[in-house]
Design a protein around this ligand. Sequence first.
Ligand code: SF4
Length: 256
Amino acid sequence: MSEQTGVVFNIQKFSLHDGPGIRTVVFLKGCPLRCRWCANPESQDPAPCQLENGLTLAADRQRMTAEEAVKICLQDRDFYEESGGGVTLSGGEPLAQPDFAAGLLTKLGVRRVHTAIETTGYAQPAVFDRVTALANLLLFDMKHWDPVRHREGTGVDSRLILDNMARAIRAGKEVLPRLPVIPGYNDSLEDAAGFATRLREVGADRVQLLPFHQFGENKYGLLGREYAYRDVPALHEEDLAGFRQALLDAGINAFI
Ligand code: SF4
């Protein structure tokens, strides 16, 4: 029987921002969220789609088996071993292709490669538990602490996400909550206090802050889509000083 395929829109080598050490990031297509600031709008649709800016694989090369993706990842195995790195599944939302993601993680685990998943956590609990159990580290996004604002910004409810995060932490998984700080959406001091409360509720005591950037801006034009954050200035580390301090004051180890 031929091996099941998944849809991967990019494989990025030598990443330093997606988990420890030098990593290869495998970007899976498909996402159930619709964040208004999304920097990877080409990732949302599960079907292959190529952007003419060199930042995606050609559409006809995006469908691949887990073994094919793992083979590319293993080309940099020496770098992983020297730097304490490994492979990170990103997207999109990797849990939107659960069998493919599980296949990748299993094959990498057998080869003793450290694995991480960048996830929104928006998946049914059985799917979430089955796939995340195979990864060494969860890089877990939190978009908003307030359920109404969460739905406004992402199109989905936050309950499932928070329940999954709490369960993963209780189960002893290594979970790093990450907070994309978006101007005018979740970047006030009141928001910082709200996030601190939510983080404590799920059992987390740290969070990585990800300042809003504009790396995805030109992709919307290439896709012929409107971009809600066009011309909104990017945030920098110094812009987040007060927000970070408010989290620190609330007992959360916030870092950038
Ligand atoms: S979760 Fe990530 S990939 Fe999905 S819409 Fe939001 S920002 Fe984009």
